[in-house]
Design a protein around this ligand. Structure first.
Ligand code: MTE
Ligand code: MO
Length: 363
């Protein structure tokens, strides 16, 4: 049952029909877990239609005994359920100026789901890792030919790697989301979940795990989903994107909502980070000039966003205001005021300006 104040589940917003790129209506944020039908979809290629009976997960490379596992084999292994907030690295791209190429996501390429499956480390244990192993490459069944930048040599598959230490930590190979078998759009029958990392690492339609002794250099690791990072005193170099940056978003009021002037207005949102916990959320109703502490509503939980609220007293005069939120995490990271140009159209975590209109009390 839903009370009048409970946001109704809303349909996904179509950013691209084919392949499906569908956005959560973030203004409908309600529970800490996003309902399955509202979880955003981000796919680079058409979704493959995999047959659960004939499908196998092939494990090879630097392993003692290469192996093919069926879905039943995986279901027979110890199951783990993990809640994880997953944000697409391109979430919020429509707030960039000048406009950056790619899907023009608003606030909704992010969500939190409960994933059930087997730990990657348990699967790796079955095949045995050989000396010299550095990374595990996760490859999906989906493929296509890309033309920009440069033409790929025919079809390439979607693939990403995770360092061995990460693979042997908390990476999950999930066959269920929110207690239901994965849907085709979310990677049926098996996908990776890399807690704390941007969504690009969570390879869907998994078919191959390949243990390697060299950094993986695939398209989605180097050309796409990489950014310019200054390190070791050298000029910036391209490194693959990994952990999510700390970020708070305002769900309500929604962008371009109208609220009543001179009244209390409940502001709600969610905040997340890839490392540690969000420890503080601040709210601004003057475009980031002054900030006030918001109230965190959820207990800290590794890898899961915390919802927050702020009791805002709206200004007495009609007009336009710019709302912002910014978060700080336990690693001491706080959202920077400006977008880092080295990130291109990705890792967008400057405080997003939300325009809201104030109307006179009796109009
Ligand atoms: N095989 C495959 N896995 C993929 C992708 C893809 O296009 N193909 N997109 C990635 C990106 S960029 C994101 S943000 C997440 C989105 O997962 P979802 O569609 O289940 O929300 O999947 C990742 N895994
Ligand atoms: Mo993504």
């Amino acid at each position: 049952m839903s009370s009048p104040s409970t946001p109704r589940p809303a349909a996904l917003i179509v950013r691209q029909a084919s392949p499906p790129n569908l956005e959560t209506p973030f203004h409908a944020l309600d529970g800490r877990i996003t309902p399955g039908e509202s979880v955003y979809v981000r796919s680079h290629f058409p979704a493959p239609d995999l047959n659960a009976e004939s499908w196998r997960l092939q494990l090879g490379g630097l392993v003692d005994s290469p192996l093919g596992l069926s879905l039943d084999d995986l279901r027979a292994m110890p199951a783990h359920t993990v809640a994880a907030t997953m944000e697409c690295a391109g979430n919020g791209r429509m707030y960039l100026s000048p406009r950056m190429p790619g899907v023009q996501w608003d606030l909704g390429a992010v969500g939190t789901a409960e994933w059930t499956g087997v730990l990657l480390r348990d699967v790796l244990e079955r095949v045995g890792i050989r000396d010299g192993a550095l990374e595990v490459v996760l490859e999906g069944a989906d493929c296509g030919t890309l033309t920009d930048p440069g033409r790929t040599p025919g079809d390439i598959r979607y693939a990403r790697s995770v360092p061995l230490a990460q693979a042997q930590d908390d990476v999950l190979l999930a066959y269920a989301m929110n207690g239901q078998p994965l849907t085709r759009d979310h990677g049926f029958p098996l996908r990776a979940v890399v807690p704390g990392w941007y969504g690009m690492a969570a390879v869907k339609w998994l078919t191959t795990l390949h243990v390697t002794d060299a950094p993986y250099q695939g398209f989605f690791q180097t050309v796409d989903y990489s950014f310019w990072q200054g390190r070791d005193g050298l000029s910036p170099q391209m490194v693959p994107m990994t952990a999510m940056q700390v970020k708070a978003q305002i769900a309500r009021p929604a962008p371009h909502d109208t609220v009543t002037a001179g009244r209390p207005c409940e502001v709600v949102g969610a905040a997340w980070t890839g490392e540690g916990d969000v420890t503080r959320v601040e709210f601004s109703s003057d475009g980031g000039t002054s900030w006030a502490d918001a109230e965190l509503l959820d207990a800290p939980q590794a890898g899961v966003w915390r919802r927050w609220r702020y009791g805002w007293q709206t200004p007495g005069q009609p007009g336009t205001v710019t709302l912002m939120a910014r978060a700080t995490d336990s690693a001491g990271r706080r959202q920077e005021a400006d977008h880092d140009a080295g990130r291109g159209g990705y890792m967008i975590n400057f405080p997003l300006p939300i325009t809201v209109y104030l109307r006179a009390e009796d109009s």
